[in-house]
Design a protein around this ligand. Structure first.
Ligand code: ZN
Length: 200
């Protein structure tokens, strides 16, 4: 009787250990993120989630410097447009990017001069978050709540894009047409870009 109960106890403990290992591996396998990254990156300080009078959340918590405004400009690097369809927010690689408004992810990928990009639409507004990390935290079709961590600011250089035409002065491939880490943030309505700062 004792050994029989003991045997079941061992089996139950083994099952608990196996399911725990399974949990770690399932979290570990999200788009190449490590378990530690997932835990760290989701740690958003709610004080950083600032809602504007228009109801939009600032997408780069803690970083408020605009390094390039919306509108016509001199192209800062080869391949970058003279009409700047969004704003550039200066922030170092790894800085958190959160959803300005709720919506559905409609695109993730390397989007030409915008580099690694996430697109989220609520059916009226469409936001592009560009030059982001290649390690996507979201997937196409995913519903995202406003203020949720969706990505981090990507590195200047990326090395895994086939036939990447964008390069820095040293000849190293870049995360789109970019001179350094930043978030390019744009908003479109019916396909037409608008100045994101109108909403903050
Ligand atoms: Zn830009």
């Amino acid at each position: 009787m004792f050994f029989s109960t003991f045997k079941y106890l061992i089996i139950i403990i083994l099952l608990i250990i196996i399911s725990y290992i399974g949990l770690i591996f399932s979290l570990d396998s999200v788009d190449g993120l490590t378990f530690t990254d997932t835990l760290t990156n989701n740690n958003i300080n709610t004080d950083d989630i600032i809602v504007s009078s228009s109801g939009f959340v600032w997408p780069a918590p803690g970083y408020n410097t605009i390094t390039s405004y919306y509108g016509y400009r001199d192209a800062p690097t080869s391949g970058a447009g003279t009409f700047h369809s969004g704003i550039d927010i200066g922030a170092p690689t790894g800085s958190k990017i959160i959803a300005a408004f709720s919506g559905t992810v409609t695109y993730i990928g390397f989007n030409g001069p915008n580099g690694y990009t996430i697109t989220i639409s609520d059916g009226y507004y469409t936001a592009n978050y560009s030059h982001v990390s290649p390690y996507f935290l979201v997937y196409v079709g995913q519903n995202i709540n406003q203020g949720t961590l969706i990505s981090t600011v990507g590195p200047k250089n990326v090395y895994d894009v086939p036939n990447n035409p964008y390069k820095d002065s040293a000849g190293n491939p870049t995360n789109g047409a970019t001179t350094g880490p930043h978030l390019h943030f744009s908003i479109r309505i019916n396909g037409y870009s608008v100045n994101p700062l109108n909403y903050y």
